[in-house]
Design a protein around this ligand. Structure first.
Ligand code: SAH
Length: 624
């Protein structure tokens, strides 16, 4: 498997105390980049690179490695696994993900830490890859809901205080749950299943909710005796502008920040990052603080800071660092620079506060949260339509995406692969450019986005458009990360249904002149006909483009016999599939449309029964 599909789950341990066949386990450990743990009595256990052996009881051994891994995959009866792990389990926020595989690798069971530990998602990924059946039993999966405790994860939100168990239960039971969202992405709202009862109050609210979710940068204090269970999620919306005197310690900075946040009822979890003047980029305490908390540190030059209008400019500051404001101006600039998706202004919500005469803190609220994630774009070819024709890697890419973008018809075909919490954005067939722009926008923001094309995404598909759009936007070739997953293209699918018509040199020509001038297409048709390529015609005829196929036939007839075998393959590998074998002179007698691929044989292609066959060699000397 592409290792980065699994990067969020590493390190992974694969444990099998039962050794019938070791080869499948070794293959699986390599696929998952997992370390393999086997009893020291296993024959040839040295075969895998990352193999560890243990002696004595597995329970004792497990105790020694329990805290070293994020995921444990057991090849063992699930009952035995339950007994083994029971003594080590603590709570769902800290337990590792536990997955069970049967020995035949037919089933992948998400046993423990399905949501927060990611076992459900990893189960999907592994089963897509090894073509096993995922067994996911969490209450929210059954109702197509990713779970309250995963809700904000795609957007990098952090969990705040509250009664998570009670609010989750109210949601899953379909009780009215009030959501008060004061910031952060609302994408999750559109993908929440209709069976759940979320209420988004506007103005006077008449509903009496059974639980409440707050989504904001505010730190709310919940009364312990309140009847209404509540939780708070914190999108990372706050940019802290910091000024400090040289040598200020990490502890002082942290105390100052916590103090200012608390005074203004803002959540520490809502911090997006720290901003300051370039001069301070090597300020030891500040750098250490950012490293400790994994906060980004944004720095601005005094020229950049000077240009910002701030409420509290200072002459003294101007005299020393050549800008009248550091904290306020830096906070505003940092918050604005995050506005990738929206035009809303980001504003200062806490003007500069001086703490212990050595630290200045100002806070700006960004319109869009900082996700802290590295966005990825997967360009996925889904094959001709039947899921069985899609590569396991392409399935795994889809399983690991936050958002799937594509043409509505194709998205319907991959519905069975989709799992809860994933967002699907369908576009009409014509809006390819919009699709690429949207995908790039979401990936730049930090999401993992799959763009699907039918067949292969690099053959008359979305891959080229996405790359072109990225290039036009000045992409550095690295961020967002991009990966292309090939698929079976229409010409291969069509050929497979009729035998072996391609076999030798062949070419593909699209008859669509929407993106290519007709003169160019004409030239290629003539050249292909003359050079005796087996030729696949894509996009042969639409409702408005009806004459191109007539012309194509005319050019081929100039160079090839009217008896040249032709296959008209409609909807290969889909329920509606239809195949017509005919010859070049008769193709216009049959229906041909945008779901047909036309395969024209070369001079040596022949029909035998229901099969089209192109001989493998040139030895017959047929090219004259
Ligand atoms: N990226 C796709 C091609 C998209 S262009 C691929 O690699 O297959 C669209 C054209 O592909 C259609 O007009 C038709 O000619 C062909 N096509 C796509 N799916 C097909 C299928 N299942 N059966 C036959 N032709 C198909």
């Amino acid at each position: 498997m592409n290792n980065h599909l699994l990067q969020d789950f590493q390190p992974i341990a694969l444990i099998s105390p039962v050794f019938r066949e070791i080869e499948p386990l070794i293959a699986l450990s390599q696929l998952l980049n997992a370390s393999l743990h086997l009893p020291d009595t296993t024959p040839s256990s040295k075969a895998a690179i990352h193999t560890y052996t243990y002696s004595g009881s597995l329970k004792d051994y497990l105790g020694t490695i329990w805290s070293d891994y994020r995921v444990f995959i057991f090849c063992l009866a699930s009952g035995a696994v339950v007994r083994l792990i029971a003594p080590f389990l603590r709570d769902k926020s800290s337990d590792p993900a536990i997955i069970v595989l049967d020995l035949q690798q037919k089933w992948v069971i998400s046993l423990c830490s399905g949501h927060q530990g990611g076992a459900d998602q990893l189960t999907q990924l592994i089963s897509a890859q090894i073509e096993a059946i995922p067994v996911i039993t969490s209450g929210s999966e059954g109702i197509n809901w990713s779970g309250l405790d995963r809700l904000g994860l795609p957007f990098g939100w952090r969990k705040g205080t509250g009664d998570w168990t009670k609010v989750s239960a109210a949601i899953v039971q379909g009780k009215a749950v009030q959501v008060i969202q004061e910031g952060g992405s609302t994408l999750w709202q559109q993908s929440a299943p209709n069976s759940l009862y979320f209420d988004f109050p506007e103005g006077d609210d008449v509903l009496s909710p059974r639980a409440r979710i707050w989504i904001s940068a505010t730190q709310r204090k919940f009364a312990p005796d309140s009847q209404l269970p509540k939780v708070q999620w914190h999108p990372r919306l706050l940019w802290l502008g910091i000024g400090c005197i040289r040598g200020t310690s990490l502890e002082t900075l942290e105390t100052a920040i916590r103090h200012v946040l608390q005074q203004h009822h803002l959540a520490y979890e809502a911090i997006a990052g720290i901003a300051t003047i370039e001069l301070k980029q090597d300020e030891v305490g500040l750098v250490e603080f950012c490293e400790k908390e994994q906060f980004p540190l944004k720095v601005f030059t005094s020229e950049q800071l000077r240009a910002v209008n701030v409420p509290n400019p200072s002459q003294a500051v101007e005299d020393t660092v050549n800008t009248p404001s550091v904290a306020e101006a830096a906070a505003i600039l940092a918050a604005q620079s995050e506005n990738l998706l929206e035009e809303n202004p980001s504003g200062l919500i806490v003007p500069k506060q001086v703490f212990a005469q050595c630290v200045t803190v100002a806070i700006a609220h960004s319109a869009v949260e900082y996700t802290g994630r590295m966005g990825q774009l997967f360009l996925v070819g889904m094959g001709p339509g039947d899921l069985g024709q899609m590569t396991p890697s392409a399935k795994a890419a889809i399983a690991s995406s936050d958002v799937i973008i594509g043409y509505s018809l194709y998205l319907d075909l991959i519905k069975p692969l989709k799992h809860s919490g994933q967002r699907v954005e369908a576009f009409p067939i014509t809006q390819e450019k919009e699709r690429s722009q949207r995908a790039i926008e979401l990936a730049r923001w930090g999401l993992t986005v799959t763009v699907v094309s039918s067949g292969d995404c690099g053959i008359y598909g979305m891959a080229g458009l996405v790359f072109e759009e990225l290039t036009a936007q000045g992409w550095d070739g690295k961020i967002p990360k991009i990966e292309v997953f090939p698929g079976i293209t229409a010409l291969q699918a069509a050929a497979a249904r009729v035998g072996a018509p391609l076999m030798h040199d062949f070419c593909a020509i699209s008859l669509s002149d929407l993106l290519t001038p007709w003169e160019v297409i004409e030239k290629r048709l003539k050249a292909a006909a003359e050079a005796d390529f087996v030729t696949a015609l894509y996009n042969p005829r639409s409702q408005t483009r009806t004459q191109q196929i007539v012309k194509a036939q005319e050019y081929f007839l100039q160079y090839r016999s009217p008896n040249t075998p032709v296959a008209l393959v409609y909807c290969a590998y889909r329920a509606e599939e239809q195949i017509i074998l005919t010859n070049l002179s008769k193709i216009l007698d049959f229906p041909i449309d945008m779901l047909t691929t036309v395969l024209i044989g070369n001079r040596s292609t022949y029909q035998h029964g229901d099969w089209l066959i192109t001989p493998r060699g040139y030895s017959l000397g047929l090219l004259t």
